[in-house]
Design a binder for this molecule. Sequence first.
Ligand SMILES: *Cc1c(COP(=O)(O)O)cnc(C)c1O
Length: 368
Amino acid sequence: MTNRIAYTKPSITDREVAYATDAAANGWGERCYDYLKKFETAFAAHLGTGHAIATSSCTGALHMGLAALGIGQGDEIILADTNWIASVAPVRHLGATPVFVDIDPVSWCLDPDKVEAAITDRTKAILAVHLYGNLCDVGRLQQIAAERDLYLIEDAAEAIGSQYQGRRAGSIGTFGTFSFHGTKTLTTGEGGMFVTSDTGLFEKVLTLSNHGRSRSQTKQFWPDELGFKYKMSNIQAAIGLAQVERIDDLIARKREIFSKYRERLETYQGLQLNPEPPGTVNGAWMPTVVFDRDLGVTRDMLLAEFKKTSIDARVFFYPLSSLPMFTPAKQNAVAWDVPERAVNLPSYHDMSDADIDRVADVVRSFLR
Ligand SMILES: *Cc1c(COP(=O)(O)O)cnc(C)c1O
């Protein structure tokens, strides 16, 4: 019986275990924020951003960031139709209107021309999600946001290790968000981070994250406004600190696995892999294959074959507008087409070359 290949798996070493153990044994009372502070500082330093606030999830970080910008009823937020629901749920929770636009067929991220065409008087922000580690066209989106006086927000949950002209994904827009869910490049089990270099915005989110209690408020149990409770625990942060101390290795290994897939697949015709345009680095969170339409490969065929060979394949995100809580936007032709003939490939730190060969063999079996 061959081993089952999972699509992701965290890399947990003695360091994570030691820090978590220390936090569990000693991280209480006056020390209850020690690992949190260290993790936030180390993560901000890695990213090159001014401020970082650890949260219980990326969804929570996004919710607070949008709320701090005053986004609500009547406001429109532009994002790609191809996305995980976590990116759009906070928009709806705040009463704002998500506007789904089509993706670029190469990056699978926001198509800047479609973004421009979707802007109205009500548009407040462009939510750029760097899908699977692929970067959005940050330069053009920044230009559009500046010209039309919009916020550019980065959901960089999938883009740890990705860089645009030397700047790390998540550190470029008005604010950025990250997820440390168990499937992500850096994990704390569940968890997230809000990052910004805007000190005013940081203070607002810090207050919101503490049930609306400003850190300058001296009265006990006195919220000045209605806030949120999306905090990370010190024990999770202990694991996070160990992970961020290993971040270069975690990213390098993701990139190495992707390049091994690329070596094994790129000489074949009929498929497309994650791009890495000049001036960018792809953090390679999730190696992905899109098969040419004329090969006739379907999602069901892919899932069946991977299942047969004990490999956990992951479907490419369905268009958000195809989900029951939204209105179908079939004019987003690329977003509706690509997932029908695409699959995410397994990638995790301790994956062996033999595992990579096994996965690549399955992909190749569809090519000839
Ligand atoms: C994983 C992910 C999220 C959700 O993160 P949580 O920590 O589960 O809230 C949000 N956005 C993107 C792009 C993701 O990949």
